[in-house]
Write a protein that binds this ligand. Structure first.
Ligand code: PEP
Length: 254
């Protein structure tokens, strides 16, 4: 039996944007997605723009979130931002374990699990990113790598924690490179992830949104989203271009 999962398209602006560009981009996205009722849409903005994002999106169906969160509640953690602070700015989502955080800021699966739990404890929906590097794919250990990243969360937070979360399969070699996984390559890993969750709890697996991320564009979104285990996308570069992002949202809404 096919589970009915609505699709989600989430933009990850990374360290891009500014007050003027954000205003134009968000206004265009609000208008361009107004008629799309079936799928859900969100943008993950840099911390300083969460207030602006909240102001521009609060009366729209588009949700917003952050790209990172501290694993700690409060205290002497200079430069960090807590999950409760994100809630203060109306965030629904927060990305956890993006490959850029894992690779450039030394976040290991243990830290990612703590961040995932801190986000949920505050009422946020973590978007947990998993994915292999090119070397790992070529060494045929993609499933092993993704399983390790997923298992760290399941062991730490429990299988039921996945109910209030979103997963994103993001092959590192496809992020920001213009090289997209083929729909078949992505589907294989998405199905692997869902099976692994199903081994713990089939119902949780059936309801779990698994997004694909890695050079999704207007021109390839439709064929990716047509795969049975791909429930939308996490969009980097193309989320900064209103027409591209809107077209991807439209593909998810079909
Ligand atoms: C991302 O940053 O999560 C991402 C998928 O980036 P891009 O779409 O630019 O590959």
């Amino acid at each position: 039996m096919m589970a009915m999962r609505s699709k989600l398209v989430a933009g990850n602006w990374k360290m891009h944007g500014g007050m003027v560009q954000n205003q134009a981009l968000l206004s265009a996205i609000v208008m361009g997605t107004a008629a799309l009722r079936k799928a859900d849409f969100a943008v993950c903005a840099p911390y300083p723009y969460l207030s602006q994002t909240q102001t521009l999106l609060r009366d729209t169906p588009i949700r917003w979130g952050a790209q990172n969160v501290s694993q700690y509640d409060k205290g002497a953690y200079t430069g960090e931002v807590s999950a409760a602070m994100l809630v203060d700015f109306g965030c629904r989502y927060v990305i956890a374990g993006h490959s850029e955080r894992r690779a450039l800021y030394g976040e290991d699966s243990h830290t990612v699990a703590l961040k995932f739990k801190a986000a949920q404890a505050a009422g946020l929906i973590p978007i947990l990113c998993v994915g292999e590097t090119l070397d790992q794919r070529e060494a045929a250990i993609t499933e092993q790598v993704v399983a390790e990243q997923l298992d760290a969360i399941i062991e730490s937070a429990g299988i039921n924690a996945l109910v209030q979360s979103v997963l994103a399969y993001e092959p590192v070699w496809a992020i920001g490179t213009g090289k997209t996984a083929t729909p078949g390559q992505a589907q294989d890993v998405h199905a692997f992830i869902r099976d692994r969750v199903a081994a713990h709890n089939p119902e949780v697996a059936a309801g779990l949104k698994i997004l694909y991320g890695g050079s999704v564009k207007a021109s390839n979104a439709e064929e990716l989203f047509a795969m049975p285990d791909i429930d939308g996308g996490l969009i980097g570069g193309a989320s900064l271009v209103a027409d591209e992002f809107i077209a991807i949202c439209r593909a998810a809404n079909n």
